[in-house]
Design a protein around this ligand. Sequence first.
Ligand SMILES: [Fe+2]
Length: 385
Amino acid sequence: MLNFRHLAPTAIEFGAGKLEMLGELTAPHGGRVMLVTVPWEPALQPMFARAQASLEAARLSVVVYDQAVPNPTVESIDRGARIAQDEGVECVIGIGGGSTIDTAKGIAVAATHPGSVWDYMYFQPQQPTPLTLPIIAVTTTSGTGAHATRYAVITNSAIECKSAIAHDQVFPRAAIVDPELMLSLPAPLTASTAFDAFTHAFESYTNPGATPMTDLMTLEALRLLAENVETAVADGANLEARTNLAWADTLAGMSISNAGTTLPHAMGQPISGHFPHVAHGQSLAVVYPPFLRFTCEAAADKFTKVARLFEASVTDCGEAVEAIIAWMKRIGMYISLCDLNVPESGLGPVLKDCMDFPDVACNPRVPTEAEVMDLYREALTTANL
Ligand SMILES: [Fe+2]
């Protein structure tokens, strides 16, 4: 019997040219808005200027906070939150990749609650309340799904810990997914973010929390990724491939908010927490081959069904694992911890943080701590992968 909950409260405007709707979409949520971005380097300036112009055309007063950073930190978010308070900001807009959107989400919480944004991570006793400022997201990559999720991933540099807000209050009220904004994304970033979207769909599909709704969305996301990532990596200006990746990313983001991620996200997050130069997609790529081999037999039907989207002849787990690894090689995501300058001596604290993540227990095959350490060791060199 069907029995599930599905929550997807974000109003999504999807399609080429939709950036022009930013002012109109934002206006109902406040007259004074904060536009959160990375620094306005020349290549990004026209997009940010268009966003600002759209807001001003809707008669909104705009405060720009251009200090979003990759793997967003508590300091950058708390600083933005203080400015939002001082400036009387009523709505926070994130325009950029997942890090920028998560910065906007963190500011929306920290500007309206006592203490630091770190006090509202998923494991803390205090949680975001309806006081949280409305959030608008404009995504410029196709990977994190942040524009459609209830998560904001945040790093506490002082304790080298990467964790997350996980709360319905940080679902954006509205999101713009405009594939034209993604045309200039460089190939390595296209591959790394698309691989993140793949993991969201794959882990939601194989999660015990998967629902009939997430199964529909994740399988479609995986089909689109199998058919379009290589094209987008080879030809970044291909609008059709970019559009398909953006849709896959959106579907995968809505899926993780309802089904959740599994072991790879638990293993990957602390790698970036302790080694912040490692991008989220890279941290997942290094653990995927060992994870696939460790887990496949526990969910063989689903693993082989996914793998057949990448290689139609797959019949068993061994072939399924090889088909997915072959795809990772084709898109340049077959990498090891050594490739990323993460030494074996750094794995102890990474393992400890990994075991704290609830995602470990959501894996189709639940590993012991010793087994997770073995998987990290396998991830050290491509010779083992
Ligand atoms: Fe992710």
